[in-house]
Ligand binder design. Structure first.
Ligand code: SAM
Length: 158
């Protein structure tokens, strides 16, 4: 498979997974959390499909497309663990989270996702959904939407 095909499949899985997760949480109250603002693509999609939810965003840097800058009050700029702890301390519970942190080095990314999993759990509403580009631990893995090949994107219930 060409790298272009691979990238297209990953982005399609990401979008379809977020759409699926939004449907799963219609009866679960809580906020939304995008872990990894990056260019702002997934944040932009989340705010389009979940117009009535507060969307928190964590990233150590603000370097997104100018049209995708989150409101200052909802952008937690800093390292993941202290920013997740800040969210937990303020009693904000998350119904839908998207995990898209990464260095681009698979081993490091998997280790970081495992290390952060308990802290992510601390901000989730019981029954909330996590859509993730990396394997997480301590959650119930779900099949996710039809059509996404196993392992391409991952789905969990808190
Ligand atoms: C793959 S990009 C996110 C892409 C984004 N979801 C999008 O659609 O444009 C990963 C982002 O996570 C951030 N990041 C990675 N590890 C982090 C950590 N431990 N704490 C805070 N931010 C982190 C990086 O700065 C980077 O902007």
């Amino acid at each position: 498979m060409s790298r272009l095909d691979s990238m297209l499949r990953r982005l399609t899985a990401q979008r379809d997974g977020l759409n699926w997760a939004a449907d799963q949480v219609t009866d679960i109250s809580g906020d939304v959390l995008d872990m990894g603002l990056g260019n702002g693509r997934t944040y932009d999609h989340l705010r389009e499909i979940l117009t009535d939810r507060r969307i928190w965003v964590i990233d150590r840097v603000l370097q997104c497309h100018p049209s995708c800058v989150p409101p200052e009050a909802d952008f937690l700029q800093g390292e993941a663990e202290p920013m997740l702890n800040r969210l937990a301390q303020n009693d904000h519970q998350v119904a839908l989270a998207h995990y898209d942190f990464g260095f681009g080095i698979k081993e490091k990314d998997v280790a970081e996702a495992a290390r952060l999993s308990p802290t992510i759990a601390s901000v989730m509403v019981p029954g909330g959904i996590i859509v993730s580009g990396q394997p997480l631990v301590g959650f119930t893995e779900l099949d996710g939407p039809v059509g996404i090949p196993p392992g391409r994107y991952l789905f969990y219930r808190a």
